[in-house]
Design a binder for this molecule. Structure first.
Ligand code: FES
Length: 247
């Protein structure tokens, strides 16, 4: 069984920058749209989450978990209260991540949590703020700006949003613009091979909602990110398309 470091093809003394770099490369290789599979993709994500949660290269690997399903031997350092606490935290993180990142059953809906990018502007929040969702949940935001809905099997994220009466932006509905772009905060959305997003934006978790379908059972996205300056050149005027779809 591979350790989290082996899954990410990392040396055991890799620093944070090397871990991030390796994760980005492995996620690309393992993505179902890039020749990988859902199982491989989940394994890469789990390995990364385990390392970020404090996995140490000298920890034993046991069946059922690449990093933390193990029983401390009598007298080992992990028998200290501090290490037991760390192990408990790691297990809680692992259980949470396994639930959140579990592969979506194609016959079962996925749950999406969404946040409007405009809210970040209003509150002065940043997209890379790890507390973004906690902050959003603490505010009394309108349902237009923050909430959850289900994506049914076979639906794109945009179709599901519209089914729940949300007017998310779009133009072509065919992968040719960035009007419908969302930023992944958690989970993964599949993407067809043909789309306009350059690899730098894909690496930052930007995807298209009009043809992206959830790969994970849960998904958290920032929508309405077409106002981000880096997407400006990829936008199309929405009017002709909106008129065409309203005919
Ligand atoms: S609306 Fe144009 S790519 Fe989604």
């Amino acid at each position: 069984m591979e350790s989290p470091f082996e899954v990410l093809r990392l040396d055991s003394d890799a620093d944070d920058a090397e871990i991030e770099q390796a994760y980005r490369e492995r996620v690309k290789e393992a993505h179902p749209d890039q020749g990988g599979s859902v199982a491989e993709f989940q394994a890469v994500r789990t390995a990364y989450e385990r390392i970020k949660a404090g996995y140490r290269p000298d920890e034993p690997i046991t069946e059922g978990d690449s990093a933390s399903d193990r029983t401390p031997s009598p007298g080992s350092a992990e028998n200290s209260a501090q290490d037991r606490g760390r192990a408990r935290d790691r297990d809680q993180t692992r259980n949470r991540d396994q639930t959140r990142n579990r592969a979506r059953d194609p016959k079962v809906s996925s749950e999406v949590t969404y946040l409007n990018y405009d809210v970040l502007t209003d509150f002065g929040w940043e997209t890379d703020d790890e507390d973004l969702l906690r902050k959003a949940a603490a505010e009394d935001l309108d349902e237009v700006d923050y909430g959850q809905f289900e994506v049914q099997p076979g639906q794109s994220l945009l179709e599901a949003a519209e089914d729940h009466d949300h007017a998310w932006p779009f133009a072509c509905r065919g992968g040719a613009c960035a009007n419908c772009a969302v930023m992944l905060l958690d989970g993964e959305l599949s993407m067809p091979a043909s789309h306009v997003l350059p690899s730098e934006l894909m690496e930052r978790g930007i995807r298209l909602s009009c043809n992206g379908m959830p790969v994970t059972a849960e998904l958290t996205v920032l929508y309405n990110i077409k106002h981000m300056p880096e997407l400006e050149d990829l936008l199309l005027p929405p009017d002709p398309f909106e008129n065409a779809y309203s005919d």
